[in-house]
Design a protein around this ligand. Structure first.
Ligand code: NAD
Length: 490
């Protein structure tokens, strides 16, 4: 099946032109909703990475030499082109991920907001002026680009992930090579097309299709790549940090999560259930911020469990706007999820609902995991400590606030966290003491807004923050400038 939204063979964008792999390699991209072929994409390797990095390096002096306002104007033209073609972007996102068209349109809106915010940075890109200890001396900082940025992204929210990396990298004056996620090649390809149409100079943004080891790893190792920004799993992030660290390249890592949501005995339980369902199951649980550890006070545990299982039972699974969640991205991920649940069951956990691949006629050909709620999992077991990246969440019973906070923090990850309570003292204590990059009260474990910094602590990242103006710190270097005035010459 090809929807005609994109070509049957999705090519790379290198130096403003579409290019196949130097060795002609291709890989298949399947629809998660139907299991059928959507398109093929270029299987880039070292030689293609070399071509893309060379193009970016060649384009760098002219792009870095423009004023930030000029760059911002071009990036704003791309944002406008995205807005004019938002329905097409969303249709491609929906085809490649299986998410509902309305959800894909929502994600596209977020990507455009990100684009507009960063394009506007062209008129700010602030440095700092400050005082000096020395008379007649003036001190200030300015931002300088780094060179070629290597950008590597996951498939879960494909157009948002593209915007999240590309706009801050380019506004700062870097040129870039983006390695698209292998499950969503057409989304990245279409973005490249929109950028060309909007007037982005050739070579400023190069987009490579390909698999992680073959195309991503050579980009990370390339000596001409000055900064690597990665969104993906903690395991791959660790490899990237090691490789880039050897040549002291700058690295930003936005990694996984095992996000806790605490339901206190004074919570509005209906509101808590609503948000737990959204946190755990929206985008089929394929969110770094997904709520996967639901920590509930003993006093309301039984009542909450009953409400949550009933709400999960009501969820509709499928790729349309009538559905609450869609398929997971590919069959390998689905197989891993089923295996994780089976392992948890063997270790004594109890599956309250779901737990398996959906095999009803509407679902059998796609990659559908039934929304799953588990209880009695050992907090130290695999299902409690490792990210599953699917519609699977675990319930834990705790006696009180201290036990809840301790369990929330007892994780290798620290990306987002949430508490449901009406007690201002509890929520303030939680937001201060929870080990996470984002803390939320009375809503869900959700990501940030385009103008806010997002990122995690512990194994959820390396301390960098994207997006927000904080992303500018990743893609630019600060230079101190001191100007000394000679009063006798005035
Ligand atoms: P993944 O780490 O397997 O792949 C992510 C990207 O890295 C892909 O483009 C892949 O091709 C590439 N890659 C794989 N191996 C590589 C290597 N050796 N060298 C260079 N690149 C390589 O992750 P995934 O399963 O595709 O995505 C899900 C993960 O992404 C989850 O852990 C999720 O939490 C995380 N994520 C994090 C954020 C965040 O902002 N913190 C946002 C979205 C997703």
């Amino acid at each position: 099946m090809n929807t005609k939204l994109f070509p049957e063979i999705v090519l790379n964008w290198i130096d403003g032109a579409e290019k196949g792999a130097t060795d002609g390699a291709l890989f298949n991209n399947l629809s998660p909703a139907s299991g059928k072929m959507l398109c093929q994409a270029v299987g880039s390797k070292q030689a293609d990475v070399d071509r893309a990095v060379a193009a970016a390096k060649n384009a760098y002096p002219a792009w870095a030499g423009m004023t930030p306002v000029q760059r911002g104007d071009i990036l704003m033209a791309i944002a406008r082109n995205m807005r004019e073609n938002a329905e097409t972007i969303a249709a491609i996102v929906a085809a490649e991920t299986g998410m509902a068209p309305s959800a894909a349109l929502g994600e596209t809106g977020g990507a455009i907001a990100q684009a507009e915010f960063m394009a506007g940075e062209g008129r700010r890109l602030y440095g700092r002026t400050t005082t000096s200890a020395v008379p007649n001396k003036y001190a200030m900082t300015v931002r300088h680009p780094l060179g070629v940025a290597g950008l590597i992204i996951a498939a879960n929210t494909p157009i948002a992930n593209v915007a999240w990396k590309v706009f801050p990298a380019l506004i700062c004056g870097n040129t870039a090579v983006l390695k698209a996620a292998e499950d969503t090649p057409a989304t990245a390809w279409y973005f490249g097309k929109l950028a060309q149409e909007a007037g982005l100079p050739s070579g400023v943004l190069n987009i490579l299709q390909g698999l992680g080891e073959a195309a991503g790893a050579p980009l990370v190792a390339h000596p001409d790549v000055a900064v690597v920004s990665f969104t993906g799993s903690t395991a791959v992030g660790r490899q990237i940090a090691e490789t880039a660290g050897r040549r002291l390249a700058k690295v930003s890592l936005e990694l996984g999560g095992k996000n806790p949501l605490v339901v206190c005995d004074d919570a509005d339980l209906d509101n808590a259930v609503k948000w737990v369902v959204l946190s755990a199951f929206s985008n089929a649980g394929q969110r770094c911020a997904a709520g996967s550890r639901i920590i509930v006070f003993d006093a309301v545990y039984d009542q909450f469990r009953e409400l949550l299982v009933a709400a999960t039972q009501r969820l509709k699974v499928g790729p349309t706007d009538m559905d609450d969640l869609g398929p997971v991205i590919n069959e390998t991920q689905l197989t891993n999820m089923v295996a994780a649940v089976e392992q948890a069951s063997q270790e004594g956990a109890h599956v309250l609902i779901g737990g398996s691949r959906m095999t009803t006629p509407d679902h059998a050909d796609g990659f559908y995991m039934a929304p799953t709620v588990i209880e009695n999992a050992d907090p130290r077991s695999g299902i409690s400590t490792q990210e599953v990246f699917g519609p699977i969440t675990c319930l834990y019973r705790v006696s009180d606030f201290d036990a809840a906070l301790q369990m929330a923090n007892d994780s290798p990850y620290g990306l987002t966290a949430c508490i449901h309570s009406r007690n201002v003292h509890r929520v303030m204590e939680f937001t201060q003491k929870v080990q996470a990059g984002v803390a939320v009260v009375n809503a869900g474990t959700y990501g940030s807004e385009p103008h806010m910094p997002f990122g995690g602590v512990k194994q959820s990242g390396n301390g960098s923050r994207e997006p927000g103006t904080e992303a500018l710190d990743i893609y630019s270097n600060l230079k101190d400038i001191y100007i000394c005035v000679e009063p006798d010459l005035i």
